[in-house]
Design a protein around this ligand. Structure first.
Ligand code: NAP
Length: 510
């Protein structure tokens, strides 16, 4: 049982409004889409639907089934504040347990009737004051409000190495795991050494005949110190729900107060975390040459910090090699590196990450006047308050630009965004407005301040990651604390928006 599972509220009558209730389309039923649906329901919005491309909820936790898949954010924090779970079995839950949590939340909050499966949105066009949505199955829907809950990390990025398609063995991406391919006794190459790779390697290394990890850049690694909750502690969490709240608050504050300050490049916290990571490595990796390979040459946090147990140990198994010579090509037999070393392989695992914001390649969004969002973002990815975009009326995004985190739970961000968007919809309902769209000058001012927020931070330097566009601009992370984000997003300020009260939707296109 989830704690505080609110009974499904009946939609509140929308008395006093000057128009019918808005019809709201939510694209995606991962954690952000589910949160949006639940809070809309709670706020008495009855006319909404979640359109999900797959046949189950869960998003990233449904798709990622690689061995060792888990969340490196503590379970009591990586869950909804309104659906705390006393039964987490481990401090850091595995993917299957989080997936089960998503499914349970869907049931307990009565969301199932609102979800339509097999609905992959391929286009959304704003015409005559409504969103017209087209799906891959040929069906179409209209909605007054469109909420993209598509997530940023599900379009696999597989580098185009020369000869990639010539490989005669099996190869697949970490997020498209082939459970039908047995890895036991095989010669395996894992390309990549970041968040997904460090979870996979300790799981598959012991049974591999040979495993080579191809590392392009070293990462800062900290122990996760995972543990199982005893039956007694779970019983206590169940009997005394305040304990799950206290646990959550402590975990949240630990990340905000202890870890976040390290993102200032010249800070004592940065020094402290650097020292901690090096000590951790020294303790577990006696070989100095290996330590040199594993030591990053950039500040802690510039790339995503990794929290993992057993990775360093697995790299030192006799059958495991850490290869830092860059990959030159893929051959029919395996991988050849630039110095000419050839490794014969049976399986290649691409733990090479995702293409954030590439969702717009498969999903075309056109706002007022036909403005194309992908084009609009070509030079610079900008949003208003991370959730809306000037020129795109009644369009909202969850986990959109500059709302990612490197130190705390993204669920905190999702909940703040959902509260803000529901606030916009409530304000529209209360004043009988048809649409809202950010004022371009407000959006510009917001983005100027976000860019300024990166000054002096670890992200301002030259290290590259999916956090940044190739021009070096960071369009994925929120540069400040989540405390600040929650404060800024507590209530929408309608002065930052235009609406049909003072404009026609055609003018909103300008
Ligand atoms: P990632 O962080 O983008 O890492 C990709 C890895 O592949 C890096 O080591 C990268 O090296 C390497 N790589 C990419 N292109 C390459 C090329 N052409 N040649 C050689 N190496 C190449 O991807 P990820 O590990 O899948 O993680 C993505 C994100 O998913 C994470 O940052 C996180 O937000 C999320 N995630 C979260 C968890 C969790 O526990 N919460 C777990 C897994 C993933 P470089 O560093 O040199 O680019």
């Amino acid at each position: 049982m989830l704690q505080k599972a609110a009974p499904s509220p009946r939609p509140a009558p929308v008395e006093g409004t000057r128009r019918a209730e808005p019809k709201i389309a939510i694209l995606g039923a991962g954690m952000s889409g589910l949160c949006m649906g639940i809070q809309l329901k709670k706020a008495g919005f009855a006319h909404f639907a979640l359109y999900e491309k797959a046949d189950r909820v869960g998003g990233t936790w449904r798709d990622n089934i690689y061995p060792g898949v888990a969340c490196d954010v503590p379970s009591h924090l990586y869950s909804f504040s309104f659906a705390r779970n006393p039964d987490w079995s481990e401090a850091y839950s595995g993917g299957a347990e989080i997936q089960a949590y998503c499914e349970r939340v869907t049931e307990e909050f009565g969301l199932a009737p609102y979800i339509q499966y097999g609905k992959q949105a391929i286009e959304a066009n704003y015409r005559n004051g409504q969103w017209h949505i087209g799906f891959a199955d040929g069906s179409r829907e209209t909605a007054d409000v469109l909420v993209s809950a598509l997530g940023g990390l599900h379009h696999p990025s597989i580098p185009d190495f020369p000869g990639r398609d010539s490989f005669r063995g099996e190869s697949f991406h970490s997020a498209q795991w082939r459970s039908d391919v047995s890895l036991k006794g095989k010669r395996i190459g894992v390309i990549g050494s970041a968040a997904s790779a460090v979870q996979i390697v300790p799981e598959i290394a012991p049974d591999a005949r040979a495993l080579t990890v191809y590392q392009r850049t070293a990462n800062w690694i900290f122990p996760r110190e995972n543990f199982r909750y005893s039956r007694l502690s779970r019983w206590l969490f169940r009997r005394l729900p305040v304990l799950t709240l206290m646990k959550r608050v402590l975990l949240y504050l630990r990340a905000e107060v202890l870890l976040f300050p390290a993102f200032q490049e010249k800070s004592r916290a940065q020094e402290k975390f650097r020292k901690l990571a090096l000590e951790h490595m020294e303790e577990l990796v006696p070989n100095e040459a290996l330590r040199r390979k594993l030591t990053p040459a950039y500040p802690v946090g510039c790339k995503r910090i990794l929290f993992i147990d057993n990775y360093y140990e697995s790299l030192q198994l006799p059958q495991v090699t850490l290869e830092t010579d860059p990959i030159a090509r893929i051959t029919p037999e395996g991988i050849e590196t630039q110095s000419g070393r050839k490794q014969a392989l049976d399986v290649i695992v691409y733990a090479t990450g995702f293409k954030p914001f590439d969702f717009l390649e498969a999903f075309s969004v056109r706002g007022a006047g036909g403005k194309n969002l992908a084009q609009h973002w070509k030079e610079r990815v900008e949003s208003h308050r991370t959730v809306a975009v000037a020129g795109f009326p009644n369009f909202y995004m969850l986990l959109g630009p500059n709302s990612g985190l490197g130190h705390n739970s993204v669920i905190v961000m999702i909940e703040a965004q959902v509260r803000y968007i529901v606030g916009c919809l409530q304000a529209m309902r209360a004043s009988g407005l048809r649409w809202l769209v950010p004022k371009p000058e407000e959006e510009k001012a917001f983005n100027r301040s976000v860019r300024a927020g990166f000054r002096g931070s670890v992200w301002a330097g030259s290290c590259q990651s999916w956090y940044k566009k190739s021009n070096g601009e960071n369009h994925t992370l929120w540069p400040w604390s989540t405390i600040r984000y929650r404060r800024e997003m507590a209530k929408p300020n309608l002065n930052e928006y235009q609406s049909d009260r003072n404009q026609s939707w055609r003018e909103a296109a300008e």
